[in-house]
Design a protein around this ligand. Structure first.
Ligand code: SF4
Ligand code: SF4
Length: 346
C-alpha cells in the first residue's frame, strides 16, 4: 500500500495551523498511547514492564483511550505499551481512532498479529510496526525468548501479503551487531516493509542490567556503522534523513522537543516525556509549560537527558528545526519523510 501522501499533507497542514495560525509554542504531533503495560514477552531491556509492575494488570478502556487522543488532537497515534495486541478492546480502540482519519501506528512484538488481522482490516490509516532487534538468534536474545523472530517475520509477511502497511522498529543496545542489522534491514526492505525505524535505547533506571545501554558517544559510533551510506543501498529507512544524520553525529540540536510526543498511560500522561516519567499528570497542558522544559530537554538542564537520542525527542526536533532552515525543509520534502516525528516505542 505504501506511505500515504495524505499523511504528509495532513501533517504539513497541521503544523502550519498549530504553529502559525494558532501561534502555539508547543503542541503534540504524535499521541503515544499505551492502553496497557502488560506484555506476553519480558525483554531484558524493557523499561515499561518494570516501571509499571505494580499496576501491570490494569488497562485503559476504549473511552479513556479516545479521550486522550482527542485531548491531544495530534493526527498520528502510536499505540504501544506493553503489547497492545493483548488488550481485549484493541480492535475497537483502533477503529474509533481511524474513523476520525487519524493515522495509527501499532507497535507490536509480532506474536499476535494473525489474531488481530481478523478484527482490523488493511487501511491507509493503520500501520503495523514490528519490533525487530536483529535477525534470528540476535532478536530472540534481545526479547529473551527463542522462536520469536521466526513468528514475527512470518506474521509480518502475512500482513504485507494481505495488504497491510508494515514497518519495522529496531532499538540499538550495547552489543548490537551492525552487520546483522544491515542484513535485517535489507531483508525487511526486500519483503515489502514500508520502512525500517531505528533508535538507541533509553537508559531506563528500572532495568537491572544497565550495561545494555549506550552512552551518547557510543550510540553515535555504532550508528555511524549501522547507518553508513556504504551499506544503505536497497534499504528503506522510515526515519527522516535529518534524524539519521543526528544519529550519526553529523548534526546536533540544543534541546529535544519531546512535548510533541506526549505519552498517555494507565496512570495518566507521563511527565515529562515518553522515556522519562518523573511523575504523571491528568492534564496534557501540564506537559506544555515553560517551567517543565526549563528542567528537561538536554544534559545541561537534566542529567537524565544526557544520553538520550530517542526519536520521540529528536526526530520531531529535526522537523521543528527545519521550519527555520529552508535547506533542511527541502531535504525533508525531497525524502517524503515529513510524516513521522517519533512514532515508535523502544
Ligand atoms: S520491549 Fe516491547 S515486547 Fe519487550 S517486554 Fe517490553 S513491551 Fe514487551
Ligand atoms: S532529552 Fe530525552 S529524556 Fe530528556 S526530556 Fe527529551 S526525550 Fe525526555
Amino acid at each position: 500500500m505504501g506511505r500515504p501522501i495524505e499523511l504528509a499533507v495532513r501533517i504539513g497542514w497541521y503544523i502550519v495551523r498549530e504553529k502559525y495560525l494558532r501561534a502555539r509554542k508547543r503542541f503534540p504531533l504524535v499521541t503515544m498511547l499505551e492502553p496497557l503495560e502488560a506484555c506476553n514477552l519480558a525483554c531484558e531491556g524493557c523499561g515499561r514492564i518494570r516501571e509499571y509492575e505494580s499496576v501491570i494488570h490494569r488497562t485503559l478502556s476504549a473511552d479513556e483511550c479516545l479521550a486522550a487522543v482527542n485531548e491531544s488532537g495530534a493526527p498520528i497515534v502510536s499505540i504501544a505499551g506493553g503489547e497492545p495486541t493483548i488488550h481485549p478492546q484493541i480492535a475497537e480502540i483502533v477503529h474509533r481512532i481511524t474513523e476520525q482519519k487519524k493515522f495509527v501506528y501499532m507497535c507490536t512484538n509480532g506474536l499476535m498479529m494473525s489474531k488481530i488481522m481478523k478484527e482490523i482490516s488493511p487501511s491507509k490509516y493503520f500501520c503495523w510496526v514490528v519490533h525487530l532487534d536483529g535477525t534470528g538468534a540476535a532478536h530472540d536474545a534481545a526479547v529473551s525468548r527463542k522462536g520469536v523472530y521466526q513468528i514475527a517475520m512470518k506474521n509480518a509477511e502475512k500482513a504485507i501479503q494481505a495488504g497491510y502497511r508494515v514497518c519495522s522498529n529496531t532499538t540499538l543496545f550495547r552489543g548490537s551487531n551492525p552487520e546483522d542489522l544491515h542484513a535485517l534491514f535489507r531483508m525487511c526492505s526486500d519483503m515489502g516493509f514500508e520502512g525500517c525505524m531505528v533508535s538507541p535505547a533509553y537508559d531506563y533506571q528500572a532495568v537491572p542490567n544497565q550495561q545494555l545501554f549506550l552512552t551518547r558517544q557510543q550510540a553515535i559510533s555504532v550508528f555511524k556503522q549501522v547507518l553508513s551510506t556504504d551499506h544503505q543501498s536497497g534499504i528503506k529507512f522510515y526515519n527522516n534523513p535529518l534524524f539519521l544524520q543526528f544519529l550519526r553525529g553529523e548534526r546536533n540540536y540544543k534541546t529535544c522537543t519531546a512535548w510533541s510526543n506526549p505519552t498517555y498511560t494507565i496512570m495518566g500522561w507521563r511527565k515529562p516525556c515518553y522515556p522519562l516519567a518523573e511523575g504523571h499528570t491528568q492534564r496534557l497542558s501540564d506537559l506544555m509549560e515553560d517551567d517543565l522544559w526549563q528542567r528537561y530537554g538536554n544534559a545541561e538542564k537534566n542529567p537524565r537527558c544526557a544520553n538520550c537520542m530517542m526519536h520521540c525527542g529528536y526526530e520531531s526536533a529535526t522537523i521543528f528545526g527545519a521550519l527555520s532552515s529552508p535547506r533542511d525543509a527541502l531535504d525533508l520534502v525531497r525524502s517524503g519523510a515529513i510524516t513521522k516525528s517519533g512514532i515508535t516505542a523502544a
